[in-house]
Design a protein around this ligand. Structure first.
Ligand code: A3P
Length: 316
């Protein structure tokens, strides 16, 4: 029995018979609300939509996998925690991986009953598309931050991650099969274009509750983008913080790929599902796809993106 198939109830199995289904090297997938999930994640999506108890002050960090989730989690944790830590060595990011601090709403191993409404701000993450998240938030005006990333860089990052995760060699043939399902849109959480567009439209409709960010902009102008995130979350930097204590730069430094990946916890720790934390840190560059994709692959992806995004006002 495939691990990605466990923890699925009879009721959910019945529901799956009414959905489009597919299979890849890692397990069975079904398409729900325009997005593909392995069965155990699908069960968790259903649990989230039915049982999650949202509260107004919740913050949800949303991404397509490999778009900078780890970075966005670290930055947000650092922003929200900054008043609490006089002792910089006591910071949660120094002893925990960002994925252990910010739970994924649709994780098959998350116990939703642990998250009872409380007086403090709760931070969650998700890879679900906007409409599916909205349903689980049940009308509560929570804040959602989305980070999008160039699709070709996401593909290259996925390819490397998949090889490490499956403990196989990083070969061209794995890239080709990843490319094929990525373009078809049949990969886990795909299609990426619909995913990005769902949040893009969400942010246009309700900019005070949905912030749309780009990995490339975060790399290009980290200082301005971090301030933008802080303002959106309602915890802007004061003049004093900015000028006297250099708080913006301190957070950027703490959350840089180099400092995070140098921490012992991120060198030797694992997620609850047994994935090495070090797999979440690779190059973190813009345009790495140029060294790996053939001109044919590039023109195929570019054509799909152009067609899917036409008229949306978005490019990514
Ligand atoms: P690359 O594989 O292109 O290097 P996710 O966190 O969504 O799983 O995405 C992983 C990607 O984000 C990887 O991209 C990884 O190197 C990059 N990344 C991880 N931590 C980062 C950080 N602190 N700053 C910038 N990029 C980071």
């Amino acid at each position: 029995e495939n691990l990605r198939d466990d923890k699925v109830s009879e009721e959910t199995r019945k529901l799956i018979t009414s959905l489009p289904t597919d299979k890849d090297s890692q397990g069975n997938l079904c398409k729900y609300q325009a997005c593909w999930y392995y069965y155990n994640t699908f069960q968790a999506v259903i649990n989230f939509q039915k049982h999650f108890q949202p509260q107004e002050t919740d913050i949800v960090l949303a991404t397509f996998p490999k778009s900078g989730t780890t970075w966005l989690k670290a930055l947000t944790v650092a922003l929200l925690e900054r008043s609490k830590h006089d002792d910089p060595l006591n910071h949660p990011l120094l002893s925990n991986n960002p994925h252990a601090i910010v739970p994924l709403l649709e994780s098959p191993t998350l116990d939703l009953t642990k998250f009872l409404p409380s007086s403090s701000t709760r931070l969650f993450s998700t890879h679900m598309p906007f409409h599916t998240v909205k349903e689980g938030l049940k009308g509560y005006p929570c804040k959602i931050v989305y980070m999008c990333r160039n699709a070709k860089d996401v593909l290259i990052s996925l390819w490397h991650f998949r090889c490490k995760y499956q403990k196989i060699e990083v070969t061209k043939s794995v890239l080709e099969s990843t490319f094929e399902s990525f373009c078809r849109g049949g990969n886990f959480y795909g299609p990426i274009w619909d995913h990005v567009l769902s949040y893009w439209r969400g942010s246009l409709e309700d900019p005070s509750h949905v912030l749309f960010m780009k990995y490339e902009e975060m790399k290009e102008e980290p200082y301005a983008q971090l301030k933008r995130l802080a303002e959106f979350l309602g915890c802007p930097f004061t003049e004093e913080e900015e000028e006297e204590s250099g708080a913006v730069n301190k957070i950027l430094e703490l959350c840089s790929l180099r400092s995070l990946s140098d921490l012992e916890i991120n060198k030797s720790g694992k997620t609850v599902n047994g994935v090495d934390y070090k797999y979440f840190f690779r190059k973190g560059e813009v345009g790495d796809w140029k060294y790996h994709l053939t001109p044919e692959m590039v023109s195929k992806i570019d054509m799909i993106i152009e067609e899917k995004l036409r008229g949306s006002g978005l490019s990514f």
